[in-house]
Design a protein around this ligand. Structure first.
Ligand SMILES: [Zn+2]
Length: 102
């Protein structure tokens, strides 16, 4: 079996850390500006290699099309579609992610 318990815990930690770095990289003043996609890509590779799921709290905030982090007000517009019961996160690449609350 690939990856023991400590390795998997380490992988989860690295995924969380990479996601927070990806969010920080959206700031134009940051020296890591523009590296968000790269950080998300590395996090996805770690998840595949160690067979660790990316937690829902992170997975919902990654664009499926362009793999950029979705941060409301910075890289995503947020809309509430109340009649259908979901919140729509619209990425810069125009892809939409629907998070249901009903
Ligand atoms: Zn996108």
């Amino acid at each position: 079996m690939k990856g023991n318990k400590i390795q998997r815990e380490m992988a989860e930690y690295r995924i969380e850390r990479l996601f927070s770095l990806a969010k920080e990289s959206l700031d134009p003043k940051s020296p890591m500006h523009g590296l968000g996609k790269r950080y998300i890509h590395i996090a996805e590779e770690i998840s595949t290699h160690y067979r660790v799921r990316i937690p829902n709290s992170i997975r919902l905030y990654i664009c499926r099309t362009c793999h950029n982090p979705l941060v409301p007000g910075i890289s995503a517009k947020v809309r509430v579609v109340s009649d259908k019961g979901y919140v729509a996160y619209v990425c810069r690449c125009t892809a939409e992610r629907h998070v249901f609350y009903k």
